[in-house]
Write a protein that binds this ligand. Structure first.
Ligand SMILES: *Cc1c(COP(=O)(O)O)cnc(C)c1O
Length: 366
């Protein structure tokens, strides 16, 4: 067990708050899938899945097969959609009772073949439709062939048809999004003609849930919102931050005016200074571009700039004027605003800040 003081705390009450918030946003009959790919957006997929098993959630989704296997090995029993499986994974998918996204004729036919060899009955699968994102999925001109193939899929049960919105957070793309939603409805109506039952339909991610309530259909796929981020300030303010990154001051150094700090002497003290040495670095997921006063952290509620170059395992902060001692707690982030500021300063998005926290950092459910 690592006893490094750097820890990513996962706030269970924030999770419950965010879930309730989104449940209040969706229709009573709409199912809720929570996306826990990439270690649940950098947090802890097993911890999150264990919480979700007791929270009346209908589905989980991960990107890759291995992520689903890890959940099953930890006795997670909720249905798990694998968003991006490979044909090489199909045996494993069946062995672990995971549900593949089938996104082209190759994956569809190959999975059906495995299902018939194994004599599976109504094995649950999901079919992805490409309505404009141009990532995975069948295109509209594949639909006639897909309909005739679906009629032959004796061993499969199509649980859902789904698609993904390319710009649900962007109001200037409203026409494009509405066009995607319309084609999704048209395509799924047509596909339903080839089946004796009607699969679920889902297209909305977090910002789809918020901006296009008419597109909730039978299920929604909640990702970033679950972890505390909406489309804008107002929406985010109604959510709670789930992941809090903290550490402790390892050492305080006093340096003289003119002395330099860290690699390549990028920081030069312009007065006698107090500096703090922290046990986390870029290998823990703190972006190196936040060095040299670009980024900051919080010590005893005061903002402390990161000075000098961020090292692999060490970050140095300016403690001038801050009352503190070695061992005091340092907050890297514990509010959405901190994460958004970091994202802004490193020209990325909250998703990337969260998923960058490396596996070296201890996770702790609080
Ligand atoms: C990651 C992902 C989501 C979740 O998106 P958010 O914007 O985080 O809500 C939903 N659907 C698919 C297919 C995804 O890959």
């Amino acid at each position: 067990m690592s006893n490094n003081p750097t820890v990513l705390e996962i706030d269970t009450s924030a999770i419950k708050h965010n879930l309730l918030y989104f449940k209040s946003k969706i229709h009573e009959t709409t199912k809720l899938l929570v996306v826990i790919k990439a270690f649940a957006y950098g947090s802890d997929a097993l911890a999150i899945a264990n919480i979700l098993e007791k929270q009346n959630v209908d589905y989980l989704a991960v990107a890759y097969t291995d992520e689903g296997v890890a959940l099953r090995k930890a006795n997670i029993t909720l249905p798990i959609l694998i968003l991006h499986p490979q044909v090489d994974n199909f045996e494993t998918i069946v062995d672990y009772n995971l549900e593949p996204n089938l996104y082209n004729f190759k994956t569809l036919n190959y999975f059906n073949e495995i299902a018939s060899v194994k004599k599976l009955k109504e094995y649950p699968v999901h079919i992805k439709i490409n309505t404009g994102m141009n990532r995975l999925g069948f295109k509209e001109n594949d639909i006639p062939q897909l309909k005739s193939e679906l009629k032959k899929m004796d061993n499969l049960k199509i649980v859902s048809f789904y698609s993904h919105l390319a710009a649900s957070e962007d109001f200037s793309e409203k026409n494009f999004t509405k066009h995607q939603i319309d084609s999704f409805v048209r395509i799924t109506d047509s596909l339903n003609e080839s089946l004796s039952y009607i699969p679920l339909k889902h297209i909305s991610n977090t910002s789809g849930i918020i901006n296009y309530p008419e597109a909730q259909f039978d299920m929604v796929r909640l990702g970033i919102g679950f972890y505390g981020f909406g489309n804008d300030k107002l929406e985010t303010s109604k959510l709670k931050n789930v992941c809090n990154l903290k550490t402790k001051i390892s050492q305080i150094q006093f340096i003289k005016k003119g002395e330099t700090v860290s690699y390549n002497r990028k920081y030069i003290a312009n007065s006698d200074s107090k500096i703090g040495i922290l046990p986390l670095g870029y290998a823990d997921g703190l972006n190196r571009n936040l060095g040299n006063k670009v980024g900051s952290v919080y010590v005893n509620s005061e903002k402390a700039h990161i000075i000098g170059t961020i090292c692999m395992d060490i970050t140095i902060i300016d403690l001038n004027g801050i009352d503190c001692k070695e061992g005091d707690e340092v907050i890297i982030f514990n509010h959405q605003d901190h994460i958004l500021e970091m994202a802004n300063k490193t020209t990325t998005i909250s998703y990337e800040i969260l998923t960058s926290i490396s596996q070296r950092v201890r996770r702790k459910r609080v």
